[in-house]
Design a protein around this ligand. Structure first.
Ligand SMILES: *[C@@H]1O[C@H](CO)[C@@H](O)[C@H](O)[C@H]1NC(C)=O
Ligand SMILES: *[C@@H]1O[C@H](CO)[C@@H](O)[C@H](O)[C@H]1NC(C)=O
Ligand SMILES: *[C@@H]1O[C@H](CO)[C@@H](O)[C@H](O)[C@H]1NC(C)=O
Ligand SMILES: *[C@@H]1O[C@H](CO)[C@@H](O)[C@H](O)[C@H]1NC(C)=O
Length: 424
């Protein structure tokens, strides 16, 4: 079960998966003539809905109205736990649309793919004890002058960077200056601010090898040089790990095989939990950051929860909710709880104190409250066309729609970057 879920993460950035030839051949940044009408329709629909929401915001349940929008009694976000709070209605809606941003990967472009509901776009994250300002793109670009920010991780890191680019490119358009062969790692520049932004594909953060279709060889005592080689360039880093550790993996330590996770019985190896490899990885990453003489500000983004219900991605699991959970309504899955626990245990060490350059971007709890934020079947246009049994259409309840809830990850990221103190 664990492993099946993680297979979803294998999708290459261009959307190339075997069952998706339609999408695979078209890079996501190109405009498609055939879609102009769809886009226009979606756009008009969205404006109409935004209007509807503004009008109907008087009908918001009273509980939301007692929360102050701003003003007296507001606690400065430097002294506030940004990661505990609730999602509250936000008539303003997202700062971009699929029409105004052409950096959204097809798989996550829910509006364009025909997701019919839009309520999920009209919520904002409200920390319990303070207000979280919305990312101000001009201000942020200004403070990032001559700086380099890198996102390191798997396809969720890519999902996150695309959200940031969409928000920022409303102010200044971005130039792609590098991509690797598989479009997995990329570098962009915001020229008038000389702000450089990267995404580095390092799904395990540590060294891994796959030969042909064999299982993944995972080296628990070696970091992935893809990111460590470039580390000294970066001023800010957002790093994350997670679901890939659920795959079948053979563990190597000190030049010997020390076990495996999700073993095949023929291996005759000690079967160890993914918690073994993940804990070692987080520890190795942490030590590298703390020992390195180069000191960027590193945000470790905690594990992202999925919301498959009644099954997994290929066993009929779905996520068709259209509103957020309230605090306490959602229970984390064991996998997410365990990974999150490792992250806190390894990175929230009080002895490191404020002298450490590592911060937690603890988005797990807020994301858990957003079962409505995933593409579900809307991974490509007309997902149900010519399908007899709708339940058989593959859902994605792991990645996030753009625009969508993870736009708020960027509000949190910017607060954490610009206010170096962190409350715990
Ligand atoms: C642009 O920023 C990079 C660091 O990201 C720096 O090395 C370079 O000197 C800057 N260029 C200019 C013209 O300031
Ligand atoms: C598997 O390991 C056990 C204990 O180490 C050993 O007794 C057994 O012979 C091994 N089997 C195979 C097929 O290698
Ligand atoms: C790095 O730091 C950790 C503890 O912070 C320490 O145990 C380790 O020996 C240090 N050196 C290297 C090369 O990792
Ligand atoms: C979600 O899908 C399930 C299974 O198809 C269905 O029973 C349920 O009514 C749906 N819920 C919503 C809100 O559409």
């Amino acid at each position: 079960m664990e492993q099946q879920l993680s297979l979803l993460l294998l999708h290459s950035p261009k959307g190339a998966s075997n069952e998706e030839p339609l999408i695979a051949s078209v890079p996501s940044t190109k405009h498609h003539h055939g879609r102009t009408f769809v886009k226009l329709f979606v756009y008009i629909f969205l404006i109409a809905l935004a209007y509807y929401f503004i009008i109907s915001s008087f009908a918001v349940p009273p509980i939301f109205l007692v929360l102050p929008e701003s003003g007296s009694g507001k606690v400065s976000s430097t002294k506030c736990d940004l990661f505990t709070g609730d999602w509250i209605p936000d008539p303003k809606g997202p700062s971009y649309t699929s029409l105004s941003c052409n950096h959204i990967q097809d798989f996550q472009n829910c509006m364009l793919n025909g997701r019919p509901d839009v309520d999920y776009l009209f919520w904002r994250w409200k920390p319990r004890d303070c207000d979280l300002p919305r990312l101000n793109p001009s201000q942020f670009l200004h403070s990032m002058k001559n700086k380099w920010l890198a996102f390191i991780g798997d396809s969720i890191a890519r999902n996150h960077v695309q959200s940031l680019i969409c928000i920022l490119s409303q102010v200044e358009s971005v130039q792609e200056i590098y991509h690797d062969k598989g479009y997995q790692s990329k570098i962009w520049r915001f020229p008038s601010h000389n702000f450089t932004l990267s995404v580095v594909w390092a799904p395990f953060l540590i060294k891994f090898e796959t030969v042909g279709s064999s299982d993944i060889q995972l080296y628990l005592d070696q970091l992935d040089h893809k990111w460590t080689d470039q580390y000294s360039n970066f001023d800010y880093v957002v790093i994350s790990g997670g679901k890939w550790f659920l795959k079948t993996t053979i563990f190597h330590e000190n030049n010997a095989i020390t076990g495996c996770h999700y073993c095949k019985s023929s291996y005759n190896l000690t079967d160890r939990s993914y918690t073994y490899s993940y804990r070692k990885t987080v520890n190795l990453v942490r030590n590298f950051i703390l020992n390195s003489t180069h000191k960027p500000l590193v945000l470790f983004r905690t594990t992202t929860p999925d919301h498959f219900e009644s099954g997994e991605w290929n066993t009929g699991g779905y996520c068709n909710r259209t509103t957020p959970f309230k605090q306490g309504q959602a229970r984390p899955k064991t996998v997410d709880a365990e990974m999150h626990e490792i992250e806190l245990e390894m990175l929230q060490n009080p002895r490191e104190g404020s002298g450490s350059n590592i911060r937690l971007l603890d988005t797990t709890a807020m994301s858990l409250l957003r079962p409505d934020g995933h593409p579900g079947p809307y991974r490509h246009p007309n997902p149900f066309a010519g399908v007899n049994d709708r339940r058989r259409v593959q859902r994605d309840c792991l990645h996030w729609c753009l625009p969508g809830p993870i736009d708020s990850w960027n509000d949190l990221m910017v607060e954490t970057i610009l206010n170096r103190e962190q409350f715990f």
